[in-house]
Write a protein that binds this ligand. Structure first.
Ligand code: NAD
Ligand code: ZN
Length: 362
C-alpha cells in the first residue's frame, strides 16, 4: 500500500536576520574541518563585482562561480559541467554554497548531489533516483517567493524533460536568510517571484490535499503577502523584504504538505513550450483562472494595479496550433495537480480541448 502521509525532509538549520550573511564564515568553519576544507560558491552573476563579493568567506582552494540566471533556466548539462570541472581541479569539496534565486539555488542543490553520484544528472531526474547523499550544501536566497530554499526538489531542464532531482538529500543542510540581499531585486521580478509564493498558498488551500499543517504555514504566508503587496504600507521597503522572505519559506512549507494546482499546470505548459520564466508564467496563467480561484484572482488583480505591473497579454495570437496543443498536453500530463484541484474525477472537467481554450485566452 502507498503511504498515505508524506514523510518530508525539512532543511537542516536556518539563520535569519539582516546582515546574517556575515555569519557565513563561522557557519562554514566546522563544515570545512569535517572534510577537505574547500568550499564551492555558486553565485548569481548580478552580484559579480559588487560588495557582496568581499563578504563571502573565501579561502585559498575555494572556487567561486558566477551563474547567469537572467537568460537560462538551470540545465542538466550546466550541472554536469560544473561538477566535472570541480572534481578535475581538486578533491571533493566540503561544501557547496548557492547564493541567488530559485535558479541558482536549484543548481547548488543539484551540484551537491552530482558531486557524489556518477554519470549525468539526466539519470537522476525524477523521484528517489539519487543513490548517495550529496555534499553539505547551504542556500542563501537573494529574491523571495519560489520556496526553492526549502523544497525537496532541484528543477533541471534536460534534453528530454524538465524535471527535478527529488530525494531526501536534496534539501539544504543550512539556510542563511538575510533580507538585505533582496533589496536590489528589480520591481518586476520582485512582483513575479513574490506572486509565486502567493499562488503556492492559494493553490495549496484550494484542493483535497489541504490540511492543518499546510494551513498553518499558508495562512501566515498569505497574511505576509497581503502586507507586502496589498494593504496600506505595501511596496518596497526593508520591513517588507523581511516579510516576503519569511512568506516564501512558509509558502514553501505549506506547499510541501499540500500540492499546487491548475495555475502551476498551465504555467508549466508555458515554460516548457516557450521557455517562459516560472514567476511571470504563473502570473499570466493565474489571471485567467477565475473559475478555479475567484477570490485569489481578485486580490491578484488588485496587486497588479497597485504596483503598476505590466503583464503580457494577447500572447496566443502568435502561437501555432501545434504549440497550443503541446502546451495543453504538458498541462494535462500533470495529474497530481489536477487531482488536488478537482479530485480523482478531474478528467470529467479537464480535457485537452478545455485546456487549449484556456491557453488561447492568454
Ligand atoms: P531567478 O533565480 O530566476 O532570478 C530572477 C532574476 O532576478 C535574475 O535575472 C536574477 O539575476 C535576478 N536577481 C536575483 N536576485 C537579485 C538581487 N538580489 N538583485 C538583483 N537581481 C537579482 O528567480 P526565481 O524566480 O527565484 O527562480 C526561478 C527559478 O526557480 C526557475 O528556474 C524555476 O524552475 C525554479 N523554481 C524552483 C522551485 C523548487 O522548488 N526547486 C520552485 C519554484 C521555482
Ligand atoms: Zn511555483
Amino acid at each position: 500500500m502507498r503511504d498515505m502521509h508524506r514523510n518530508f525532509r525539512n532543511v537542516g538549520k536556518i539563520v535569519y536576520g539582516r546582515g546574517s550573511l556575515d555569519q557565513l564564515g563561522s557557519i562554514l568553519e566546522p563544515v570545512r574541518r569535517s572534510g577537505t576544507g574547500t568550499v564551492v560558491y555558486l553565485v548569481d552573476d548580478w552580484f559579480e563585482g559588487r560588495e557582496l563579493e568581499a563578504r563571502l568567506a573565501v579561502e585559498s582552494g575555494d572556487e567561486v562561480h558566477y551563474l547567469d540566471a537572467s537568460h537560462e533556466e538551470p540545465k542538466t548539462e550546466q550541472v554536469d559541467e560544473l561538477r566535472d570541472g570541480i572534481l578535475s581541479r581538486s578533491a571533493l569539496p566540503s561544501a557547496v554554497v548557492g547564493i541567488g534565486g530559485g535558479s541558482v539555488m536549484d543548481v547548488a542543490k543539484a551540484v551537491s548531489l552530482m558531486l557524489t553520484n556518477e554519470g549525468s544528472s539526466t539519470r537522476y531526474q525524477g523521484l528517489n533516483l539519487v543513490e548517495r547523499p550529496g555534499v553539505w550544501h547551504c542556500g542563501i536566497p537573494t529574491i523571495s517567493g519560489t520556496g526553492a530554499e526549502v523544497s525537496m526538489t532541484a528543477v533541471l531542464t534536460g534534453p528530454e524533460k524538465k524535471l527535478g532531482l527529488k530525494c531526501e538529500w536534496t534539501p539544504f543542510d543550512q539556510l542563511v536568510l538575510d533580507p538585505d540581499l533582496t533589496a536590489s531585486v528589480p520591481t518586476d521580478h520582485w512582483f513575479y517571484t513574490g506572486m509565486d509564493c502567493f499562488i503556492h498558498c492559494i493553490e495549496a488551500e484550494t484542493g483535497r490535499h489541504f490540511n492543518t499543517f499546510s494551513q498553518a504555514y499558508g495562512d501566515e504566508a498569505l497574511k505576509l503577502c497581503r502586507e507586502v503587496f496589498l494593504d496600506d504600507g505595501a511596496g518596497r521597503s526593508p520591513a517588507n523584504d523581511e516579510k516576503l522572505m519569511v512568506a516564501s519559506l512558509f509558502g514553501g512549507l505549506s506547499l510541501t504538505y499540500s500540492e499546487v494546482g491548475a495555475c502551476h499546470a498551465i504555467s508549466y505548459g508555458l515554460s516548457y513550450v516557450l521557455g517562459m520564466r516560472h514567476g511571470i508564467a504563473n502570473c499570466v496563467a493565474f489571471r485567467q483562472l477565475r473559475d478555479f480561484y475567484p477570490h485569489g484572482v481578485d486580490e491578484f488583480e488588485a496587486m497588479v494595479e497597485k504596483h503598476s505591473i505590466s503583464l503580457p497579454a494577447g500572447m496566443s495570437d502568435g502561437w501555432t496550433d501545434e504549440q497550443v496543443r503541446r502546451m495543453a498536453e504538458i498541462a494535462f500530463g500533470l495529474p497530481h495537480m489536477w487531482d488536488h484541484a478537482l479530485g480523482p474525477d478531474w478528467q470529467s472537467e479537464i480535457t485537452l480541448d478545455r485546456l487549449e481554450a484556456i491557453f488561447r485566452r492568454l
